[in-house]
Write a protein of this length. Structure first.
Length: 394
């Protein structure tokens, strides 16, 4: 089977690697340097996990910037381009998805297109009619950043949807699902074939529930701190209930990263004419939490605050929508000097704050250091440290 994958972020490249075990896969990107790195199997490619897998196994995978050639010969084309949330439009920016669809149409490809980018509820049916594209499926991904390949090899479920008014595409959906199953290591995988609109809702509701869980335990932590209680003790007691479970319950400065902030806002936008209270509360809670954390720091009247890492979680190099950045901006708004320690940042200035890669100097200069996640490298400055990481895990 010949497969083209548009977009080489962690979603696109992890799917490309998965499928290249048993198929001929071409990864398409507009950035030549990324294409060169993939072809040379040169690390780092997206993340360490994918880099190591790509360099240690004989995969039938190459990369190119020549989209037309890749699409023309493909049986399946996977779209995994970014869809950032546009606050002004109150809608995902799906222009990159549409650009791929337009290119596929222009080059006369008969391939089945599978959207894996996150999209609004109702988008696939709408764009299928607007673009006159018949062979269009949607298959949501449920991948953790930093563990995307693992989550493809050991998927919690596989969802491949087809338009409700195009039952003839059911066989294509089943064929694509079988490709994902064959590439996986896990056996007995639950496979679902809903219509596209239901699958789009599955994706957004799943991520919004994860955001809800983060927000719940953050608000529990806020309450405990405000009342002089031990939040760790409360969380442990609450989570021994098997209906709640001892997972995804470690307080933080707020949910962040590529998916949860934008997906919760998009789901809220989809509720524009539907009664709701909870979805709005999840979105609002994240902002309230960052306000509370910043107030805790400001109340200590620090001379200089250190920001330990800009990343959204441990073992990540993604700065996007990181909650610690929201806290940082609130502190800076009060005129408090901020220094950032971020060894992966290419530059010396971040939002008008100095960035350093010298950890010892950073520790010496700051009288309070805030860290969304604890690191053993901070063990010698515990008296300066402010973190809500109670369990030393994400």
């Amino acid at each position: 089977m010949k497969i083209a994958v548009a977009g080489t972020g962690y979603v696109g490249l992890s799917n490309a690697v998965l499928l290249a075990q048993h198929n001929e896969v071409v990864a398409v990107d507009i950035v030549q340097s990324k294409v060169d790195m993939i072809n040379a199997k040169k690390s780092p490619i997206v993340d360490k996990e994918i880099s190591e897998y790509l360099s240690s196994r004989p995969l039938n995978l190459c990369a190119t910037t020549d989209a037309v050639t890749a699409y023309k010969s493909a049986d399946f084309i996977i779209i995994s381009t970014p869809t950032n949330y546009d606050a002004e439009k109150n809608y995902f920016d799906t222009s990159s998805v549409e650009a791929v669809i337009d290119t596929v149409k222009e080059c006369g490809s008969n391939a089945t297109i599978v959207i894996k980018s996150t999209i609004p509820v109702g988008y696939t049916e709408k764009i299928r009619e607007e673009k006159g594209v018949k062979n269009l499926l949607f298959s949501p991904e449920f991948l953790r950043e930093g563990h995307a390949l693992y989550d493809n090899l050991y998927p919690s479920r596989i969802v491949v949807s087809f338009p409700k008014n195009a039952p003839e595409l059911e066989e294509k959906a089943k064929e694509f699902a079988s490709l994902l199953k064959v590439g996986a290591i896990k056996e007995d995988i639950e496979v679902l074939f809903p219509n596209c609109t239901e699958a789009e809702a599955i994706k957004l509701f799943a991520n919004t529930y994860l955001a809800l869980r983060v927000a719940f335990f953050n608000e529990l932590d806020t309450y405990a701190l405000s009342r002089g209680l031990n939040p760790k003790s409360i969380i442990q007691g609450v989570c021994l209930d098997p209906r709640i479970g001892d997972f995804y319950n470690n307080p933080s400065f707020g949910y962040g990263g590529y998916c949860l902030p934008k997906d919760t806002k998009q789901l809220l936008a989809n509720y524009s004419d539907v009664p709701q209270n909870l979805i709005q509360a999840i979105v609002s809670s994240n902002s309230t939490r960052k306000d509370f954390i910043a107030e805790q720091i400001i109340a200590k009247k620090p001379r200089t605050v250190g920001i330990y890492r800009l990343t959204m979680k441990a073992n990540s190099d993604n700065f996007r929508q990181s909650s610690i950045q929201g806290v940082m901006k609130r502190i800076k708004a009060k005129g408090i000097p901020v220094i950032v320690y971020e060894p992966t940042f290419q530059g010396t200035d971040f939002f008008n704050s100095r960035v350093t890669k010298d950890l010892d100097a950073f520790k010496a200069e700051c009288d309070i250091i805030i860290a969304n996640r604890y690191d053993d490298a901070l063990s010698d400055v515990r008296e300066k440290l402010f973190t809500r990481d109670l369990f030393a895990r994400d």
